[in-house]
Design a protein around this ligand. Structure first.
Ligand SMILES: Cc1cc2nc3c(=O)[nH]c(=O)nc-3n(C[C@H](O)[C@H](O)[C@H](O)COP(=O)(O)O)c2cc1C
Length: 308
């Protein structure tokens, strides 16, 4: 029989009431959405990327719609970790869902400091480590594109907290499996993927790039096949749980990610199309399981890899 527990899933040490999360940077600190629906309905909230110091983000324009996607160059606008703890965390703790804090650093030390500071706080389920940030000490190359630097960030965060460490992989690499393995060897409890794909747009009238930052990150349905392929490959290579994201807008998309190997999924850009989409995805998964009453969502993880 399909029950609420049919949707329960476990990302390592973290139990989620259902496998549907919201992706970092697309749900803010849940303030706006709190007015729309009970956040406790979600499996979890991955909060907007937090840095050590407050950040104003990149110059405008910072968003552009593309066919089947969105280009963004928000540039990690956030109040900084101390204000986050003072002004946002007390409310987030009481939402009745798992809170995953997404952290971004511009040096190894910054990642370590953020993990140490957040380690002292109660009510957090896990840290999600965004490794798509430029390493300012090494000429601006992002940490996530080399196995060595990706592993170094993971090790630093691992040493600085007893919270579960989920590392968020960048798709802007030649071999995502190599990075995934390096990060798992360095102590990641789970992997989340994918972050946005690097892209740009040009305004022909102005003869200039559209985004103030020239480059931005592509998300939404346009990236789904790429994300799915990466989940599939990483699932075959590592044993830690995966949280899949990239273009999920309905329950069938979520099922594809789960059957490719994701233990849970996150919705990002889909929220801009329909803010209620996470609830609809949860309902859709429930409906799918009702048709196969002997199965739970856990039985579907990686199901597409099994030979018929
Ligand atoms: C407006 C916007 C802001 C984002 N901010 C962050 C962020 O702060 N940290 C992060 O790790 N990912 C960030 N992302 C990436 C998303 O969390 C997600 O990985 C990506 O958009 C793919 O999922 P989607 O296609 O469902 O949006 C952001 C994405 C968007 C569209």
């Amino acid at each position: 029989m399909t029950t609420a527990s049919s949707l329960e899933t476990r990302v390592g040490r973290v139990t989620l009431k259902n496998p549907v999360l919201v992706a970092s940077g697309t749900f803010g600190f849940a303030r706006e959405y709190e007015r729309l629906f009970p956040i406790s309905a979600l499996g979890g909230v991955m909060v907007t990327g937090i840095t050590l110091e407050p950040r104003a983000g990149n110059p405008p324009p910072r968003l552009m719609e593309t066919p089947a996607g969105l280009l963004n160059s928000i540039g990690l606008e956030n109040p900084g970790v101390h204000k986050f703890i003072e002004e946002e965390l007390p409310r987030l703790r009481d939402l009745g869902t798992e809170i995953i804090v997404n952290i971004s650093g511009f040096s190894l030390d910054e990642y370590g400091r953020l993990a140490e500071i957040l380690d002292k706080e109660t009510g957090l389920a896990a840290l999600e480590v965004n490794i798509s940030c430029p390493n300012v000490k090494k000429g601006g190359m992002t940490f996530g594109v080399h196995p060595e630097s990706a592993a170094a960030v993971t090790r630093m965060v691992r040493q600085s907290t007893s919270l579960p460490v989920w590392v968020k992989l960048s798709p802007n690499v030649t071999d995502i499996v190599e990075i995934a393995q390096a990060v798992v060897d360095a102590g990641a409890d789970a992997l989340t993927l994918i972050n946005t794909l690097s892209g740009m747009a040009i305004d022909p009238e102005k003869r200039r790039p559209v985004l103030g930052n020239v480059f931005g990150g592509l998300s939404g349905p346009a990236v789904k096949p790429v994300a799915l392929r990466m989940i599939w490959q990483v699932y075959q290579a590592v044993t830690v749980p995966l949280v899949g994201m990239g273009g999920i807008i309905n329950y069938r998309d979520a099922l594809e990610f789960i059957m490719a190997g994701a233990t849970a999924v996150a919705i990002g850009t889909g929220l801009f199309l329909d803010p209620f989409s996470p609830l609809k995805v949860i309902e859709g998964l429930q409906g799918f399981l009702a048709k196969n009453p002997e199965e739970t969502i856990r039985d579907l993880i990686g199901a597409a890899h099994c030979s018929p």
